[in-house]
Write a protein that binds this ligand. Sequence first.
Ligand code: ZN
Ligand code: ZN
Length: 148
Amino acid sequence: MSVGLIRDGGTMKIYVNRVPEAGIRGHARYDPTTMDMDRDDVHLREAFAVEAMIVKADRELVVTAQIDCPLSFTCARCLEEFPATLKTHAVFSYKVQPTDVVDITDEVRQEIILAYPMVPVCQPDCQGLCGVCGQNLNTVSCGHQPSR
Ligand SMILES: [Zn+2]
Ligand SMILES: [Zn+2]
């Protein structure tokens, strides 16, 4: 059921004049190569999905989006890479004319980047690296005195 929407390489383009009174559901898939969302310690390596409910009210288009984004994080303590899915819920609203075509890609990108953890940690009790020999203390016990 994607009347009102077209797929353009998987992203969601919303033709305002085709959104029915009752609203419509939309689905989009975003490709990592086009999203440019990487941070030094966060990498998007797989495509991710956005499910949206699109409602038009007068001159306003409201898109309620559920974003499920699998990411690779680098743990700030042990420097191991670990996968985690960032799930976030967002509401975007646009002032529109009937002839407008709305693309939510920029808002989706923003929303995900804002939800990135400040300091990614692979597990709450990650032991980090040994300050003496640099080994990963989650997997080895080298016997050095902890430096903190
Ligand atoms: Zn860690
Ligand atoms: Zn050590």
